[in-house]
Ligand binder design. Structure first.
Ligand code: SF4
Length: 142
């Protein structure tokens, strides 16, 4: 039987796509790659942002970098690209990096750059959920 396909935040499986050019490699998720067909995606890169890039947070309806640049369009484009791929591959589940303004599910930073969390989803997590895709936080694998 074919392995279940699951979207995964690319930084969680060791790709250096994080804003600072590093990654969030998680040994449990590397192990999971043996059982499941994990499909790595980085919405921020898919939205056209370069790596490294200035960190950003959701602030009301926008996404703003630490130095005040509005990157909402890039974040939205990245989310749409991820959804497009999920639909093409008929993927129904995603494991996404906690607290990211793109990938976070349930809680993310609040837009004040003070490490304060708020109960909200990142842009990509939100769009995937709206389209019936189950989003699981990487915190479940720590
Ligand atoms: S957008 Fe998601 S996949 Fe890309 S670096 Fe941020 S948390 Fe990782």
């Amino acid at each position: 039987m074919a392995k279940e396909k699951i979207l995964i935040s690319a930084c969680l499986v060791g790709l250096n796509c994080k804003y600072n050019g590093e990654n969030n490699e998680n040994p449990k998720l590397i192990e999971l790659m043996k059982e499941k067909d994990l499909v790595p995606i980085c919405p921020e890169q898919l939205g056209g942002l370069k790596t490294p890039r200035t960190s950003a947070e959701r602030k009301q309806e926008k996404v703003i970098t630490k130095d005040g640049v509005d990157v909402t369009k890039e974040y939205q484009k990245g989310a749409e690209e991820v959804l497009k791929l999920a639909k093409k591959l008929n993927i129904k589940k995603a494991i996404l990096k906690s607290r990211s303004p793109s990938c976070g599910t349930g809680e993310i930073y609040d837009g004040t750059f003070s490490h304060t969390l708020t109960k909200r989803d990142g842009i990509t997590a939100e769009l995937l959920k709206k389209n019936g895709i189950e989003v699981i936080s990487s915190d479940r694998y720590v």
